[in-house]
Design a protein around this ligand. Structure first.
Ligand code: LMR
Length: 334
């Protein structure tokens, strides 16, 4: 009888061990924007590819729209291992202590995706991601969103129009300086709180690429949207380093492949998604779109450009210069 109990017990243990061995590895991928955005679609694409290439050995759970964590909390959750993958905007590495990433927030630093890509796909991009490792974070890829528009309940055509307006920004000292440069009052705030803050008048205006503006319905509570292209917003896809390094080598390789394909996809759709979002804002008739004249644009550049100097000790003078060199940016031509 005793022997039988032992055998049954052993069989049960073996069975549960086998069941355990078949449990998929779960990757929780959390982010703060809507599903129908370049980042949201990129995350869904990664889920599909990762599960396909690992033949189900990995299960990716995507949490869109701050449903799991808000801005600040998600970084902490990644470091603690409560989530495995995030794609925060580059500015959000500043509060983590890697201030160099705020270089991407400098106003009028990039005119288009090609210039940006030269930086992110080259040695500068790689060396920036490397800086995350001391924080227990591994940077896998850069994903685009796009160039930003500026919105408010009054038309923003000239730098003077910003005077005294409370403008929501992400948690970035560079963006804070950018808003102060036009005499606005910057308000750092989590992305998930922006719509309500605009609706209730806690803030007067904000900036973001059209895809974020539209999918959060910000255009419904902002009367004017200026097509200023005054700055860039993009992401780094990051993972908890200990988790990633601890994956079986074959699975890690499959996930690296999935990430490579997802990066190509996300960066391919970013511009189209933003163009479509802008069209949708226009069609909604809820916000008036403002195109700046060449003169007005020049005045914005002139007013905001001093931020490059002001912030050079924070983000690194050499880094700024190396980006100018890479993109062919010439401050003298502003
Ligand atoms: C913001 O906070 O405005 C953006 O970083 C949101 C995002 O992730 O695109």
């Amino acid at each position: 009888m005793k022997f039988r109990t032992l055998v049954v017990g052993l069989a049960a243990a073996t069975f549960s061990l086998a069941a355990f061995a078949q449990q998929p590895i779960v990757i929780k991928f959390s982010h703060v924007v809507a599903q129908d955005t370049p980042k949201g679609k990129g995350a869904d694409f990664f889920k599909q590819k990762a599960e396909e290439l690992t033949k189900g050995k990995v299960k990716v759970e995507v949490y869109h729209n701050s449903t799991l964590y808000k801005d600040k909390e998600e970084m902490e959750a990644l470091q603690l291992g409560a989530v495995q993958m995030l794609a925060p905007s580059l500015a959000k590495f500043g509060p983590l202590g890697v201030k160099e990433f705020e270089v991407f927030d400098l106003p009028f630093m990039f005119d288009n995706y090609d210039q940006l890509r030269k930086v992110t796909n080259g040695p500068i991009g790689a060396s920036l991601l490397k800086k995350l490792e001391s924080k227990g974070i591994l940077g896998l890829a850069y994903w685009d969103n796009g160039l930003k528009v500026m919105s408010a309940n009054k038309p923003l055509r000239n730098p003077e129009d910003f005077k005294g307006l409370k403008m929501r920004i992400q948690s970035s000292n560079v963006l804070e300086a950018q808003m102060r440069a036009v005499s606005a009052l910057p308000q750092k705030m989590a992305f998930s709180e922006v719509y309500q803050a605009l609706q209730t008048g806690v803030v007067d205006g904000t900036e973001n690429p059209p895809s974020n503006l539209y999918t959060q319905k910000m255009h419904e509570v902002q009367k004017f949207v200026t097509l200023s292209d005054h700055g860039y917003l993009g992401y780094a896809v990051i993972v908890n380093k200990k988790f990633w390094d601890g994956l079986p080598a074959d699975i890690r390789k499959q996930l690296d492949d999935a990430m490579e394909q997802s990066t190509r996809y996300a960066n391919q759709i970013a511009k189209v998604e933003n163009d479509n979002a802008l069209d949708a804002v226009k069609k909604s008739g809820k916000s008036e779109l403002i195109t700046l004249t060449a003169e007005q644009k020049k005045a914005w550049k002139k007013a905001m450009f001093k931020v490059h100097d002001q912030m050079s000790s924070r983000v690194g003078k050499d880094l700024i210069q190396s980006i100018y060199k890479e993109t062919g940016f010439d401050p003298a031509k502003l």
